[in-house]
Design a protein around this ligand. Structure first.
Ligand SMILES: [Zn+2]
Length: 417
């Protein structure tokens, strides 16, 4: 009896130690350098190289289909056709306008979403012509996020021609309305009956990996008073002074820069008030851009801003109107940084010698919607580029090929989980 008890005690201790170690060091990366020499990876990589010009051609073609948020239909039709031609198991456009292509795996596999957004921010731009200049492509939307749509299509084609049979089930999504608040991804996940294991959003600069969702809590603060000519202004409440006093105090709020999961920052980007120099203003305002990785920190900072603004309002006897955003919340998945997914992605980027790597929980891509729903999610970058969201946007061709390898390697690694 005693011996048996000791025996049990040994195993209890052994497993506790094991669990402790797993907890401290998190999960393991699925990337092993040997995978590069595997038949599958060699085949998909050489397919990509062989099709270099075709890939660039289609990237240009896709970019020249205008798709401002809310008008993605043409791109959606093209993506749907291509998904069908790839031979995916189920292809459809949902009620929001997202294109979905499902590649079925086995029942034991994971359910993985891989998305790229179809919409661009260029609302009134209906004629797009891509300019090619050495390693650069130039056009509005060339990088954000058309490079990732191209990445999705050619990843699927490369895997298909290599005879890949997935264990996981992949949901390839071309989404709508990313630029106007992740509308497409939100609608898709809200309506989905399936339980997804991972969300991988192809968006953002190459090398930037975000595993948490940044919250936005800023807004506009306006002070109002009766106004008066300078000559009659003694004792008259000044909205300009209120703005100045409030801003001074707001900048004194202590905001954490670590741990990263609580990282918070603010900036007063706009300020204005008054119409003429010889009168007290009747209305003055300023804006606050407040961002945090931690929802509690976001709410704490908002509470302090509110208190400061109210205090100033009563000290200076000016009316206050405050509008702070409460809809864009911050979300974090506990231990996401130590998860197999983030570790695998980091190892892949290191293997590919991707420069300017940044791995943090400060994401602002469609992966945020997955994180909000408690699904382990990251974004993967699309290429290197400049002047995003401007008409002179540029993207590097070589960067897309790195991004393609990144996506293909990740799929190959995820098959081992
Ligand atoms: Zn984007």
């Amino acid at each position: 009896m005693k011996k048996r008890f000791k025996f049990r005690l040994f195993w209890v201790c052994f497993f506790s130690a094991f669990l402790l170690i797993v907890n401290i060091y998190g999960e393991e990366s699925l990337f092993k350098p040997e995978i590069i020499n595997s038949h599958l990876v060699q085949k998909v990589f050489s397919f990509i190289e062989k099709n270099r010009e075709n890939i660039i051609k289609e990237w240009i073609f896709l970019t020249e289909i205008p798709a401002p948020s809310g008008h993605e239909e043409k791109r959606a039709m093209y993506m749907k056709k291509q998904f069908e031609a790839c031979g995916l198991d189920k292809v459809f456009i949902d009620s929001s306008g997202n294109v979905i292509g499902i590649w079925k795996g086995s029942d034991r596999g994971k359910k993985i979403i891989m998305s790229a957004h179809m919409d661009t921010v260029f609302q009134e731009v209906w004629e797009i012509k891509v300019k090619r200049d050495g390693n650069l492509l130039k056009a509005p939307g060339i990088g954000d996020d058309t490079a990732s749509l191209t990445n999705l299509l050619w990843s699927i084609r490369a895997l298909k021609q290599a005879g890949f049979r997935p264990r996981n089930t992949y949901y390839f999504l071309g989404t709508v309305g990313e630029e106007t608040g992740f509308i497409g991804m939100q609608a898709f996940l809200d309506a989905a009956e399936e339980k997804f294991d991972l969300v991988i959003a192809l968006d953002g600069d190459l090398g930037k990996v975000h595993y948490g969702a940044l919250g936005f809590g800023g807004g506009k603060i306006t002070y109002r008073g009766p106004g008066a000519h300078t000559m009659q202004s003694r004792g008259i409440p000044s909205p300009n002074l209120a703005v100045a006093r409030a801003i001074e105090r707001i900048y004194k709020i202590k905001l954490p820069s670590e741990p990263l999961e609580k990282w918070t920052i603010l900036n007063v980007g706009m300020i204005g008030g008054g119409k003429v120099r010889n009168a007290v203003s009747q209305e003055s305002y300023f804006t606050v851009d407040l961002r945090s990785a931690g929802q509690d920190e976001l709410e704490r900072a908002q509470e302090m801003i509110r208190k400061i603004c109210r205090d100033v309002s009563s000290e200076l006897n000016v009316k206050l109107e405050m509008d702070l955003n409460e809809d864009s919340k911050a979300y974090q998945i506990p231990e996401a940084r130590e998860s197999f997914l983030v570790k695998t992605v980091v190892d892949i980027l290191r293997y590919l010698e991707v420069k300017d790597m940044e791995v943090d929980p400060l994401g602002s891509t469609e992966a945020n919607v997955g994180i909000e729903k408690g699904i382990l999610s990251v974004n993967l970058g699309r290429t290197y580029g400049r002047y995003k969201h401007s008409l002179r946007e540029e993207a590097e061709i070589s960067g897309l090929f790195l991004a393609l390898k990144q996506t293909l390697l990740l799929i190959c690694c995820l098959e081992q989980k």
